[in-house]
Design a protein around this ligand. Sequence first.
Ligand code: ATR
Length: 272
Amino acid sequence: MTAKAAVIGWPINHSKSPLIHNHWLSRYSIKGTYEAIAVAPVALKESIQRLVDAGYRGFNVTVPHKQAILEHMDFVRPDAERIGAVNTVVVGADGTLEGRNTDAFGFIANLKLSAPDFNFRGGSAVVIGAGGAARAVIYALQKEGVDTIRIINRTLENARALAAEFPPCEAIAWDHLPDMTKDASLIINTTTLGMTGQAPLELDFARVKPTALVHDIVYAPLETPLLRAARAAGNPTVTGIGMLLHQARPAFEAWFGVMPDVDPDLVKMVLA
Ligand code: ATR
């Protein structure tokens, strides 16, 4: 029988997930399908049921359903519970729904491959932004043993709320950005700044340690102004595409039974 999976969101045409999963289905010669399905917020519950009834093995969940879907799950894995968002649903043989979050896995798997010598326990991290992506990043960093994490965000209350949920994170006001990066060993942008059409995120690299690893989770463009400036200053950098590709791996494995690799053809195709 053909194994079916999908991604649901509203709107959905921006999603790269069909490209990724269909690449792997063909690469591993698996008889399966993966499609993008537009699901309006009001139709979330009935759409989930329709997928279960049609025999789907599961589906990815994207904006704006990642939090709203939690209440429709029969089980939520502890990491998804802690991050407060589900991006992957696995349908059991009995039709039960298990909510997972693979963003933290994707973030760490990519970071370890991109910067194998990076020592998580060796310094402090600055997380720029306090939205959904920041939550997964902070959860993942704490799991890897980073104990000093500073969250800086345009809206200080959002940084404070997030820091309170993930102690001992510290919340910092946006105007301290220039002086808070100086002893960081890892700087991560989780905001939309630097994305095509958005203002750049500007950091003064004269005030950043030359060994600090700079990671932008924005992947369009692949080299954001932040990463370009970091590279010009000689800092090691990590682009955002890897997190996107690696977060898809455990979902594919759950539905189709093979843990796929991020191969160069996949990277090329997603960036094209
Ligand atoms: P995601 O799920 O991708 O993290 P999100 O939850 O909407 O998206 O979070 C977006 C983040 O980008 C927030 O930290 C937001 O800051 P606010 O909390 O102040 O809204 C940040 N952000 C968006 N536009 C920004 C801008 N122009 N300048 C600075 N930060 C910005």
